[in-house]
Structure formats: structure tokens, C-alpha cells
Design a protein around this ligand. Structure first.
Ligand SMILES: [Zn+2]
Length: 327
């Protein structure tokens, strides 16, 4: 392994920091998603099966754009430079759209997962492990429960926050769920509450499979570190993070920072999605020149790996990787 090469920040800053004042390209997907969602709700009015299926697909993709891409970038403060708007966007995307608590999303993702990527007991993605489930139930059926489990976990965690925060979260989660239900009854013309609820569940679980899979594919199975001997940040990210290839639907719904630029996102978590894509060639070239890993694999290859080595990857405790001279 090469000696520590920590000039990547300087390299990326020099190449990309000279943007015009206030001119970082920011993710502009929320307005497009809202317009798309309206088209989706209107398509559901149709008696034509094809138009109805199109409506469900549009609503599902828009839902994941708001809840995964929007929430993820909002928790990192990567949607705007304004602190006040950052707080508003986190509440909107995480609590109203995703039905989760903003405080826990920030703590779990930004502080623990990014701060201690692949450090056992801290940011080791263990929340995604469910050893009681067998590989087929986990990979194929469990994702369908994500839309139901998410608000339940959020409510359970409200015990840990102040009363005012808990009431705000409960109010915003209820607002998000009720608005979705109301739009299906009043814009899409659903006749019964049960049919509207079934439609909510279908659209909210449309991309649940890739959502669960991507979360385990990009860290689990890569080197894991112990708390007291964790390597330098550049080594931690180059060894413990993996990029998938560009995949159009997932790029749109989850964002480049979660799909093809995950390594870049872990190195520069406050970069917008567009900027992650722009710094990718510099980061990959830099890591290769310094003989550091730049992990890439296809969705299908990771899927096969997890299905065949499920016990080893998702049930057993992962072994700690010792990096001589790098801790
Ligand atoms: Zn992140």
C-alpha cells in the first residue's frame, strides 16, 4: 500500500472551487419531482390500464426522488447554501416526505455512517443486517415492508427526543402521509380509503428493492476497521466504499452520490449531486495514481455475491482488516 497521499482535497479544490459566486450547481430535482408527481396523480384518474400503470410508475419514481435523493442531500446540507433553508429542506424531505425523524437521519447518516465508515460498532451499516431473515426473504420480500416500518421506527425513536421535537415530527409525518392519501382521493379520484391506501403502499415500495440493495452493496463485504485502529480518512473511504455503474432510473431517483459517485460523496459529502459527477474523474485518477483502491462493481455482480455469500456478509460478524502502518 502506498504512503498516505492526502492532497486530494487540494487537487479537487484547485480544479473545482473556482465557480462563480453562489454558483455551485445544486440539485434541482424537487420542483421537477413535484410537477412529475402531479402528472402521476392525474394519470391515476384514467380507466386505461396503461395510463394507470404509468401513473403508479411516475409516482413511485417521484416518491423515491423526494425521499432518497432529496432526504440524503438535505441531511448533508447539499441542497442550498442557506442555513435556514437547509433546516427547512431537512424537515420537508425527511419528515414530511420520508416519514422519518430529521435528528436521527442526520445523526445516523452524517455523523456515524460518514464519520466512521465501516468502523465496527459505529458506521458499519449494521442497521441493515437482519440475521433472523433468510437470504431470499431479506433480498426479495423485506424491502416491501420498508414504507410501513419507516414511520414505526421513527415513532419508536421519538422517546429519545424532547417533547417539542417529538410533537413537530409527529405533526410533519402525519401531514406527509395524510397529504398523499388526500391527493389520491381528491385528485386521482379513488373511491375507497382501502384502494387509496393500497396505492400508497405500492408507489412507496416501487423502488424499495434497489434502495435496500444499494445500501448494503456499497459498504458491506469491503474492509472493516476497529474503533481504536481506524485508518486515515482517505484510506477509510477508498477501502470501505464502492461505486456502482450509472443506472438511469436510480441516478434520477437516488442521485449520483448514492450510485456511481459514492466514493466521491464519502470524500466530499457536502458536494451537490452534479458536482459529485464532475469531480469523479479527478478522484478516480488520484486514487489510482496513489495506488489506492477505487472500488467499482456492477449491480448484478453485487446481487449475486450477496445472494451466494449471504451468511458470511449479512449474518456473521465481519472480520477486521488490519492495515499495517496506516492507522
Ligand atoms: Zn451521505
Amino acid at each position: 500500500m502506498a504512503s498516505p497521499p492526502p492532497h486530494i482535497c487540494a487537487l479537487v479544490l484547485r480544479r473545482f472551487w473556482s465557480c462563480p459566486p453562489g454558483g455551485w450547481p445544486r440539485a434541482a430535482s424537487p420542483p421537477r419531482s413535484a410537477a412529475g408527481a402531479l402528472a402521476g396523480f392525474l394519470c391515476l384518474r384514467s380507466e386505461n390500464l396503461l395510463a394507470f400503470a404509468l401513473g403508479v410508475t411516475i409516482l413511485g419514481v417521484c416518491h423515491y426522488t423526494l425521499t432518497v435523493k432529496g432526504s440524503h442531500l438535505a441531511t448533508h446540507g447539499a441542497l442550498t447554501e442557506s442555513k435556514r433553508w437547509s433546516k427547512i429542506w431537512v424537515l420537508f424531505f425527511v419528515e414530511v416526505c420520508t416519514s422519518f425523524t430529521a435528528e436521527h437521519a442526520k445523526y445516523g447518516h452524517v455523523k456515524m455512517h460518514h464519520g466512521y465508515t465501516n468502523v465496527l460498532g459505529l458506521g458499519d451499516s449494521s442497521t441493515w443486517r437482519l440475521p433472523c431473515l433468510n437470504r431470499y426473504v431479506y433480498m426479495f420480500l423485506a424491502p416491501l415492508l420498508i414504507p410501513i416500518i419507516t414511520p414505526l421506527v421513527a415513532v419508536e425513536r421519538l422517546r429519545e427526543v424532547e417533547l417539542g421535537t417529538a410533537l413537530r415530527t409527529l405533526g410533519l409525518i402525519s401531514l406527509g402521509l395524510y397529504s398523499h392519501y388526500w391527493l389520491l382521493l381528491n385528485v386521482s379520484g379513488f373511491q375507497s380509503p382501502s384502494s387509496a391506501l393500497v396505492c400508497m403502499l405500492i408507489t412507496r415500495s416501487l423502488l424499495a428493492h434497489p434502495y435496500l440493495h444499494v445500501n448494503i452493496f456499497q459498504h458491506i463485504g469491503l474492509p472493516m476497521f476497529s474503533r481504536d485502529k481506524k485508518p486515515q480518512r482517505i484510506h477509510m473511504m477508498s477501502l470501505g466504499v464502492l461505486n456502482l455503474p450509472r443506472l438511469p432510473v436510480l441516478d434520477w431517483a437516488f442521485g449520483h452520490s448514492l450510485i456511481s459517485c459514492h466514493v466521491e460523496h464519502h470524500l466530499f459529502p457536502r458536494l451537490s449531486d452534479n458536482m459529485c459527477l464532475k469531480v469523479k474523474p479527478v478522484v478516480s485518477q488520484f486514487l489510482r495514481e496513489k495506488q489506492l483502491p477505487y472500488n467499482e462493481d456492477s449491480y448484478l455482480a453485487r446481487f449475486r455475491l450477496f445472494l451466494h455469500h449471504y451468511e458470511e456478509l449479512m449474518v456473521q460478524t465481519p472480520p477486521i482488516t488490519e492495515l499495517v502502518g496506516l492507522q
